[in-house]
Design a protein. Structure first.
Length: 168
């Protein structure tokens, strides 16, 4: 499913697919994830660490975040999924309350990815030293480094990066 949704994104970027195809693909992915989640929960055996996930304020695109959440749960991580269009304060309040090992932020649009920088700056100002992982279609490794975060290009890589961050 992950390669398929990435392909849809590529076709959309190339203007071969348009909004109706993007929305239909997103709905198909949501249904597939809803079907798979109960089966994958059965496979999860250990609590390897706690991860907060959120799609940043202003962004309603959460398919990538949902894939990451599903994969992390399958690999035995405790996932606190704050949802989409999540304000900075909600993320910081959750970080203070939950004391996660990693905070994952997602954005699909360049106009919302700038909120990642603000969240990390506010977290540091409030004494939160938790590692951040960022991702999304417009996010790059260079941008992640510039804001003091780690980067994952997809859900599979996100699991690997989180594992490394928790082990360090």
């Amino acid at each position: 499913m992950i390669p398929a949704i990435v392909r849809v994104g590529d076709l959309y970027d190339k203007k071969i697919y348009f909004l109706p195809q993007l929305m239909a693909s997103a709905e198909a992915m949501k249904k597939a994830l809803a079907y798979l989640e109960p089966h994958l929960k059965k496979a999860a055996v250990a609590d390897k660490g706690k991860v907060i996930l959120a799609t940043v304020r202003g962004d309603i695109h959460d398919i990538g975040k949902n894939i990451v959440a599903l994969l992390l749960k399958n690999y035995g991580y405790c996932v606190i999924d704050l949802g989409k269009d999540v304000s900075e304060q909600v993320i910081l309040d959750a970080a203070h309350k939950e004391k996660p090992d990693v905070i994952g932020l997602s954005a699909l649009m360049t106009t919302t990815m700038v909120n990642m920088k603000d969240i990390i700056a506010l977290a540091r100002a409030q004494g939160i030293r938790t590692d951040f992982l960022v991702g999304g279609a417009v996010v790059t490794d260079a941008y992640a480094k510039s804001i003091g975060a780690s980067f994952a290009k997809d859900g599979v890589e996100a699991v690997k990066v989180i594992e490394k961050l928790i082990k360090k």
